[in-house]
Ligand binder design. Structure first.
Ligand code: TK8
Length: 361
């Protein structure tokens, strides 16, 4: 600088310009380094069993966009749908050993780790989606998710799978008598297997990605899933009869491997949680809209639709009493009572017969 000063004003001007450039470069370097976009984004693979056209896949794409945004481009989620990376059980195992980052299985398949997850799928427990949302997003559902880290998993949110409905290729189901001997694929959850068996079905537990082929080859006669899945997995191509039974409510749990999670800083973890919860709202809206549209579509595809009368729902509950009683003990009476107390409170609060100012609220 002194040299320049001694050399007169011209040199000084140059030097200041040079200095300015240096400062500019330094600033650019700092902000470049601070801007996370500069770092190569880390890509996390997320596998699901449902196809690319499913509500769940759309929701994962929504989640992915939010993760990218909230992590300032540090993380990318790469969706692998259609069971390409495995089924619900094998993908959960892959998360546990850290060979896969994320998945979103049906919560029933987590019962092998935490028995309480089975309670979500008790037949005819939730009467509508609102009840399920309140229970799962509240303390009861939260306590189940809190058990997951000791199994190497972190549960970010409950998403909706939906009320399950039956399809089969043999006959219309109009009452529980029609269940007898029907070979029915079930999810891989002992409570569900036993319940279906108790109702007279020949229950065949099977991973979801094998279901279409099994229906097509008539290895099984039927399966049960939400209407949106019956459409997106094209089950209507190989199933003639649809029974609107709403026999079980089903949730997906968005999971991340604890091995991945523990390496994230708190800001990134927060970004993932926020993205998961926001995408949950989008997913549930899509799921409910898809379910309405799906029934019309399935009728248009030529499926014959019947429904199970309300009285049969009561009969089914009654027939399952001793099966479920055993699972109540497995799950723990405290968990079951908490669930029914919350359901009872919600029903009292929403019942038109409730006294104004009744304490249940
Ligand atoms: C997809 C499954 C599916 C579930 C089933 O991997 O297995 O029937 O309803 O959604 O999670």
């Amino acid at each position: 600088m002194n040299v320049h000063l001694m050399n007169g004003m011209g040199a000084l001007r140059v030097s200041i310009r040079g200095l300015g450039l240096l400062v500019a470069l330094a600033t650019a370097q700092v902000s470049w380094a601070q801007r996370p976009v500069a770092a190569a984004p880390q890509t996390l693979m997320l596998g699901i069993g449902l196809p690319d056209s499913s509500v769940q896949a759309h929701a994962v794409r929504d989640f992915a966009a939010r993760v990218e945004q909230y992590s300032n481009g540090l993380f990318r989620i790469e969706l692998h749908a259609g069971g390409k990376l495995g089924n619900d059980l094998t993908m959960v195992k892959a998360l546990q050993d850290g060979s896969l980052a994320m998945t979103a299985p049906d919560s029933s398949t987590l019962a092998t780790l935490e028995k309480g997850f089975s309670a979500i799928n008790y037949p005819f427990t939730f009467l509508n989606e609102h009840e399920a949302d309140q229970v799962l997003d509240g303390e009861w559902g939260g306590r189940l998710l809190e058990q997951l880290p000791r199994h190497g998993l972190v549960g970010l949110a409950y998403w909706e799978n939906g009320f399950r409905q039956m399809t089969n290729s043999r006959r219309p189901l109009t009452s529980t008598n029609d269940f007898q001997g029907l070979r029915m694929r079930t999810m891989q959850n002992p409570m569900l297997e036993e319940s279906f068996r108790r109702l007279g079905f020949d229950a065949v537990p099977m991973p979801f990605p094998q279901v279409f082929d099994a229906l097509q080859s008539q290895t099984v006669d039927g399966q049960e899933n939400p209407l949106s899945t019956i459409v997106s997995s094209r089950f209507y191509e190989v199933q003639k009869y649809l029974t609107l039974s709403r026999h079980v409510y089903s949730a997906h749990v968005l999971l991340i491997s604890r091995k991945v999670w523990d390496n994230m800083n708190p800001a990134t973890q927060e970004a993932f949680r926020r993205a998961a919860l926001e995408a949950r709202e989008v997913e549930r809206r899509m799921s409910r809209a898809a379910s309405d549209a799906a029934l019309a579509e399935l009728k248009a595809k030529g499926m014959q639709v019947t429904s199970i009368p309300q009285a049969d729902a009561e009969r089914i509950r009654h027939r399952l009493r001793d099966v479920l009683d055993r699972y109540n003990k497995d799950i723990g009476l405290r968990t079951m009572i908490d669930l029914y107390v919350q359901l009872g409170q919600m029903r009292t609060a929403s019942s038109p017969k409730a006294e104004p100012g009744a304490p249940a609220r």
